[in-house]
Design a protein. Structure first.
Length: 223
């Protein structure tokens, strides 16, 4: 009973984390805050080149622009996601929401956006008249470029997933993974009495299906 309860709890936790949209972005926000607090260490430990050095006004203006851009881009990503889901739900069904909120690329994009925002906001607190976190400002600019690349990948991914053939292929892949996972669980050492054996029958099949390389099928009814 204890083992079943533990497995049930872990299963619910995995399902919650898989379907949650806020856990990974929250981790990104915390990482951004921590890195922002440690932003002065590279400047004191390394000899920063001249092309990485910024004045106080330049660093403040750049970081403020990054904070505003990341906040606006985060809202734009959520808006695009809602529009894509509305378009897909009218064509397929409301179950398409499951493919959206479980997508890892979307969660990674939100984590990078929010992490860049909190990191840049933390850097603003470190900018002083006689001290500027030069390395941190450069890293914040690089994170903006990474965020834009991830956004383009996210947009391309979801636009291609609006095609029915792409949704069918994704559903088939999830079904294959679930089936293989069930096979591994049934053949696990802790359950020796559950052994998966292939089905055999001496009777003639009632339906024969042939699949061509292109994926189409021909069904021949026997008898």
């Amino acid at each position: 009973m204890r083992r079943r309860l533990s497995w049930s709890t872990s299963f619910r936790l995995r399902q919650y984390l898989t379907g949650s949209l806020w856990v990974l972005p929250l981790i990104g926000a915390v990482v951004g805050v921590v890195l922002g607090e440690l932003s002065t260490w590279p400047d004191s430990a390394w000899n920063v080149p001249s092309f990485w050095q910024y004045s106080q006004s330049t660093a403040t203006t750049l970081l403020a622009a990054i904070v505003g851009a990341m906040a606006a881009l985060t809202g734009f990503v959520l808006t695009v996601s809602v529009l894509v889901v509305q378009m897909a739900s009218s064509t397929f069904s409301a179950r398409y929401m499951r493919l959206w909120y479980r997508d890892r690329l979307l969660k990674l994009l939100l984590a990078v956006l929010i992490g860049t925002l909190t990191f840049s906001f933390g850097l603003l607190r470190r900018v002083e008249s006689d001290s500027v976190p030069d390395v941190g400002v450069t890293v914040a600019g690089a994170l903006v470029v990474v965020s834009l690349i991830l956004f383009l990948l996210f947009l391309d991914r979801f636009l291609h997933r609006l095609r029915p053939v792409a949704v069918a292929a994704l559903v088939a892949e999830h079904g294959r993974r679930a089936f293989l996972k069930g096979v591994r669980m049934m053949n696990a050492p802790q359950a020796p009495h559950l052994v998966l054996e292939p089905y055999r029958s001496d009777e003639e099949p009632t339906v024969v299906a042939f699949r061509t390389p292109a994926g189409s099928r021909q069904i021949l009814q026997s008898g």
